[in-house]
Design a protein. Sequence first.
Length: 118
Amino acid sequence: MSKFQAQEEEIGRLKERVQVLEDKEVVASKPSGEDALIKGRSNNEREAAAERISNDSEEIARVLTSMDAATKKKLQEQIDAQVARELEEQQEREVMRMNEQIARDAELARIHAEEEIQ
């Protein structure tokens, strides 16, 4: 598996984790009425849990963003390298064509010079 594929899989797992945390955040932020008292959870505890989930979501978003940036940078570097290779190949072909044209021109000049001498 290539490094890029591994990063893509990691990004996918992190995105799934973000979704789970966001879902938990929605559930944690909804008051459950009398159930909160039965379970022994106060609103402050619920708010603290929601804040922790929110912080986790923000951290995962930061990680995903930095991974996306690193992935984009790597892809751009690969694209730049490919474009540079293609330009070098094109320049080499142009140099070969010019050298062939110079050789043909030199041969024609030699033939004309021989004809003038005769």
